[in-house]
Each structure stands twice: as structure tokens, then as C-alpha cells.
Design a protein around this ligand. Structure first.
Ligand code: CTP
Ligand code: MG
Length: 233
């Protein structure tokens, strides 16, 4: 079945600083969000895309990203919410309203701020979603991770078991809706979507991605992203 993609891009970029929303910063002459959208626009298994931005950015995004770069698969631009989870919720509601709510349809959720995902991995992700219901890409952590409280280490989890979750994360429609409904009912908020499915007790597969799929978060990430884009093209 063809997939629907949600691109949450409605954050304020607090850790990046600066006056321009980080998704509109240009890398190699093209805004970060446009790089991200190109990945999915060009993939044959993607049927449509919902872009989620701050409500005041909708007209700007339509003109300077969607129209300028001629993204034909963008179904709608949706207003985001206060937390990332609220933004994704608004996107899921739009999918439902528009009738792309077949129970097993793969819904892929990908941060607007990750312009370097290698879409060659998307088919494997969709296949895993079709087989098991839920899958995320990620990479094994390289550093040793510490639990810290009041500037004192309280634990050192075994690194061989630790992975960094990235996006895209994919879920069958019925499962991600159930996960969001449960999280809403319980007032549970998380920084990724897989966490909401995990707490249903439903297994989420981990698909090994690659270290280049960085999230542009702080100013030095721009330098890294430019270098990685140069290496790719
Ligand atoms: N996001 C969103 N809606 C929010 C918050 C975040 O759609 N209310 C999106 C961001 O735009 C980003 C992705 O979720 O593409 C991952 O979030 P993050 O990297 O944390 O971006 P920001 O929240 O913008 O940055 P910061 O946390 O530094 O403010
Ligand atoms: Mg954030």
C-alpha cells in the first residue's frame, strides 16, 4: 500500500537561536525543509505529504517552499501545536479528515529538520511497517551515556544496548491513532512517536539507519549538514 508522510516543521528552533525559523535556513542554496521534502517527493511509494508549520508560516511556506520548488505530493499545509506531539496530532487528524485512514496504511513521520535521510532506506521501512505495524530508523550510540541528577552520575546504562532514535518512524494508521488516543487520555508527552506505541505494549522494530541522518538542532549542525550534502551530491 502507498504511504502517507507527515513532516512536523512547526518548532521554534530555540537551540539554533537566530531570527529565522531553522527549517528555512538555506543549505547549498535550498532551504532545509525543501531538501527534506525532495526526499519524499521523489519516492514512488509515497502517495502524499502533509507539512506541519507554525500557523503564521502557512502562507510563507506555501509560496517559498511548496510553490517555489513545485512539490506536487504536498496534500496540505497544517498548523502545528505547542509540542511536537501536538503538531503530529494535527497532521494525523488531517489524514483522517481527508480519508487516507485505511487501517493498515503506512504513516511515516519525519522531522522537517532532518534533510539528510537516505531515502534508499524508505522501502525497507515501509516493508517493516507492513509486516510488524511499527518501525523506526536509528543508529547504535557511539558515546558512553550517563544518567545525571544534580550534576552527579546516577547510572551508566550498558552501551551495547543503546540506540539513538531518528526519523522517519513508520506506523500502521490504526496503531498510531490508538497510541495518540492513549497518550492524550493519560496526558503522556514524549519527544518521539515510537514512545507512544511502545507504551501500548506493541513492539516497535529498530531498522539500522546511518550516522549522516542528523537533526539540524544547534548552529554547528549547519556546518556538518553542509559538509555531508557536499559529499552526497
Ligand atoms: N516540531 C513541531 N512542532 C513543535 C515542535 C517541534 O513540528 N511544536 C518539529 C520541529 O520543527 C522539528 C522536529 O519537530 O522539525 C524536531 O524538533 P526539534 O529538532 O526539537 O526542533 P525545534 O523544537 O524547532 O527546536 P528546539 O527544541 O531547539 O526549540
Ligand atoms: Mg524541540
Amino acid at each position: 500500500m502507498k504511504a502517507t508522510v507527515l513532516i512536523p516543521a512547526a518548532g521554534t528552533g530555540r537551540r539554533m537561536g537566530g531570527s529565522v525559523n531553522k527549517q528555512y535556513l538555506e543549505l547549498a542554496g535550498k532551504p532545509i525543509l525543501a531538501h527534506t521534502l525532495t526526499l519524499f517527493e521523489n519516492h514512488p511509494q509515497v502517495e502524499n505529504i502533509y507539512v506541519i508549520v507554525p500557523i503564521d508560516d502557512i502562507a510563507y511556506c506555501q509560496k517559498n517552499i511548496i510553490d517555489r520548488f513545485k512539490f506536487n505530493k504536498v496534500q496540505r499545509i497544517i498548523a502545528g501545536g505547542v509540542e511536537r506531539q501536538d503538531s503530529v496530532r494535527n497532521g494525523l487528524n488531517a489524514i483522517t479528515e481527508d480519508g487516507f485512514n485505511q487501517q493498515c496504511r503506512p504513516i511515516l513521520i519525519h522531522d522537517g529538520a532532518r534533510p539528510l535521510f537516505d531515502c534508499k532506506r524508505l522501502s525497507a521501512l515501509i516493508e517493516a511497517v507492513e509486516e510488524s505495524g511499527a518501525c523506526t530508523v536509528g543508529v547504535p550510540v557511539k558515546d558512553t551515556i550517563k544518567d545525571v541528577e544534580n550534576k552527579t552520575i546516577t547510572g551508566s546504562p550498558d552501551r551495547s544496548r543503546l540506540w539513538q532514535a531518528q526519523t522517519p518512524q513508520g506506523f500502521q494508521y490504526h496503531l498510531i491513532m490508538e497510541a495518540f488516543d492513549r497518550a492524550d487520555a493519560d496526558g503522556f508527552v514524549a519527544t518521539d512517536d515510537a514512545s507512544l506505541v511502545e507504551r501500548l505494549g506493541h513492539p516497535v522494530q529498530m531498522l539500522e539507519g546511518d550516522y549522516r541522518n542528523i537533526k539540524v538542532t544547534t548552529p554547528e549542525d549547519i556546518l556538518v549538514a553542509v559538509a555531508l550534502l557536499g559529499g552526497r551530491t
